[in-house]
Design a protein around this ligand. Structure first.
Ligand code: NDP
Length: 264
C-alpha cells in the first residue's frame, strides 16, 4: 500500500487488471488528502462492477469517470469533468495505464495487419499523448502550488505523468524478448510511448513535472495471462512504492516495478 502518494490522481483503464489494483491500493491510503479519478470506457457496464464496488467502499475517495482513450471527444469530455471537480487544486499524478495488445500472443508478423498496428498506436500512444496535452494546465497548477517550499524538486506527489510501459518495449532487450513474444503492434506502440515519455520529460522539466515510464512486471491479468508470475496486487505494491521514491533524476527513465532501470 502506498503511504506517501498524495493529492489528485487520475488512472486510465481502471476497471480491471493493473488499473483496478492501482485504484484499490491508492484508495487504501490513509487520510483525506487525496482523490482518485478512476477512468474507464463504460462506468455503468458489467465490466466496471468491481470498480463501482470499490468506489462505494471508499466513500469520497474515488470518482469514476467515463474515458475511452482512443476517442478524442471522450478524452476532452473526461478532462472537462475532472477539471470541474478539481477546481483550483490541480492534478498531481496521471497514470496512463490503459492499453491493448492485439492480436493475442505471440502475434507473429503473419498474424498482424494494418488495423492491429493502427489500433495499438491509437490506444497506447495517441491516447496518452492527447490526455497529457489536455491535462497539462491541471498538472502545471499542481506543480506550481507551494512553489517556495518545493523549489525545483519533482515528485509523484507534486506533479507527474507515469506511462505504464513494458520490458518488451526495450529495443536493447529485443534479442532476449523477441523469441518469447513477437507482438509487433504492441511492442512498437510501447516503444513509441517510451519516446513520448522521454520527450515530455525534457519538455516539462521547466514546469517541474516529472515524467517516467514503468514496467509493472509480468502480471496475471487478461493481458498477462494465467501463467504470469505476479498478481496485480504484488505488481502494484511494487509500482506504487517505486512511484513514491521518484525524483528529478528519474524523469525520462524507464524503470521496472522493483525500481531497476530498463535500457531503452
Ligand atoms: P488488461 O487487459 O487486464 O486491462 C486493460 C485495461 O485497459 C482495461 O481496463 C481496458 O478497459 C483498458 N482499455 C483498453 N483500451 C482502452 C481504451 N481505448 N480506453 C480506455 N481504456 C481502455 O491489461 P493489464 O491490466 O494487464 O495492463 C495494464 C497496463 O500494464 C497496460 O499498459 C499494459 O501494457 C501494461 N503491462 C501489462 C503487463 C502484464 O503482464 N499484464 C506486462 C507489461 C505491461 P476495457 O475493460 O474497457 O477493455
Amino acid at each position: 500500500m502506498s503511504e506517501r502518494l498524495k493529492g489528485n490522481i487520475l488512472v486510465t483503464g481502471a476497471n480491471r487488471g493493473i488499473g483496478l489494483a492501482l485504484v484499490q491500493q491508492l484508495g487504501e491510503t490513509p487520510g483525506e488528502e487525496g482523490h482518485i479519478y478512476a477512468c474507464c470506457r463504460d462506468p455503468q457496464g458489467p465490466g466496471a462492477q468491481a470498480l463501482r464496488d470499490l468506489s462505494t467502499q471508499c466513500p469520497g475517495k474515488i470518482t469514476v469517470v467515463k474515458l475511452d482513450v482512443s476517442d478524442v471527444d471522450s478524452i476532452s469530455s473526461a478532462v472537462q469533468t475532472v477539471s470541474r471537480i478539481i477546481g483550483a487544486g490541480g492534478l498531481n499524478l496521471l497514470i496512463n495505464n490503459a492499453a491493448i495488445n492485439r492480436p493475442e500472443t505471440p502475434a507473429p508478423l503473419s498474424a498482424c495487419g494494418k488495423t492491429d498496428m493502427m489500433e495499438a498506436y491509437e490506444t497506447n500512444v495517441v491516447g496518452p499523448f492527447l490526455l497529457v496535452k489536455m491535462l497539462l494546465p491541471l498538472l502545471q497548477k499542481a506543480a506550481a502550488m507551494d512553489d517556495t517550499v518545493k523549489g525545483n524538486t519533482m515528485s509523484c506527489s507534486r506533479s507527474a505523468i507515469v506511462n505504464i510501459s513494458t520490458l518488451i518495449s526495450s529495443i536493447e532487450k529485443c534479442p532476449e524478448t523477441f523469441p518469447i513474444a513477437q507482438m509487433y503492434p504492441y511492442r512498437t506502440s510501447k516503444a513509441a510511448l517510451n519516446m513520448l515519455t522521454r520527450c515530455l520529460a525534457e519538455d516539462f522539466r521547466r514546469h517541474n513535472i516529472l515524467v517516467a515510464a514503468v514496467h509493472p512486471g509480468w502480471v496475471r491479468t487478461a493481458m498477462g495471462g494465467e501463467e504470469a508470475s505476479l498478481t496485480p496486487q504484488e505488481s502494484v505494491g511494487g509500482v506504487l512504492s517505486i512511484l513514491t521514491s521518484l525524483s528529478n533524476k528519474h524523469s525520462g527513465m524507464l524503470l521496472d516495478w522493483q525500481g531497476n532501470t530498463i535500457p531503452w
